[in-house]
Design a binder for this molecule. Sequence first.
Ligand SMILES: [Ca+2]
Ligand SMILES: [Ca+2]
Ligand SMILES: [Ca+2]
Length: 294
Amino acid sequence: MTERLFSITVIGETVITLTLTSVGGAASFDDNKPSVTENSTIDTVIGTIKGEHQDITQDMTFSVEDTQNSGIVKFSNAACVTKDEKRVCTAEVMVGATLDYELQSQYTLICQVTNTAGKNTVEMFPLSLIDVNEAPTKIVYSEDQVSVRENINGITLGMFIVVDPDNTDTHTYTLANDGGGKFTLTQTGQLSVTDGANLDYETQPSVDIEVKVTDSGHLSWSQSFTVLVTDVNEIPTKVDLTNNKVLEMSAVGTVVGNLRTEDPDKNQTFTYELTDNADGRFLVEGNVLKVSVI
Ligand SMILES: [Ca+2]
Ligand SMILES: [Ca+2]
Ligand SMILES: [Ca+2]
């Protein structure tokens, strides 16, 4: 007896197989495990969705959703051919929305294929985002204001803290401008006044510095800050008299001269008193030295 083999195809009842491949995409991945690099622009091709149908009379359309309903992936229109006695339809899988690895790194795609007869098949595919290093975007200071009191050398101030889209990135801090050598910064962002800074509110009430921060992938961000030098009341350094000679027998109330003061602080007022009035011979009124007794 000759054995006969029969192949029976039940038109319209056959299963449609769905496969998601990296064909045409920027990154290669195993079939049905798509991946795409974060920050890829919209319309970037990720790969190809392919539907196969044993009924060559049936065309297919594809649609996609994801469990987060983010619209992260979209399909192009399908193109269909008959090959090896199958109907094969393909569409490009493209980026449909912003891809931010740090926001979400895994998605589940719900892909549906519908044939001409209205029959559906649904497949779920995991989509992985690939992280890329991104540059730091900002530097903030640990206090409300970068400030320091004048005259204090070698003091430790606050910390600079970087903002980087990559959550686990590491960073090194340097001063691109150290304010003329008045400030230092540790690699971890700790700001200090140098030993020889001699910050003086009266001559330089603010000092500009620039902080540069570099991440583990050598991407950097620089930002300028103004350090406010705050005023401290300082001791007067000198008192003198505009005239220090007076004739003998001068009348009571005769003006000898005016007292003047030198003081590091500007716009200050002074009061005077005589700690030694030469046995009552002189008195001071305001800043005026007068004869008190003939
Ligand atoms: Ca990243
Ligand atoms: Ca980074
Ligand atoms: Ca001062």
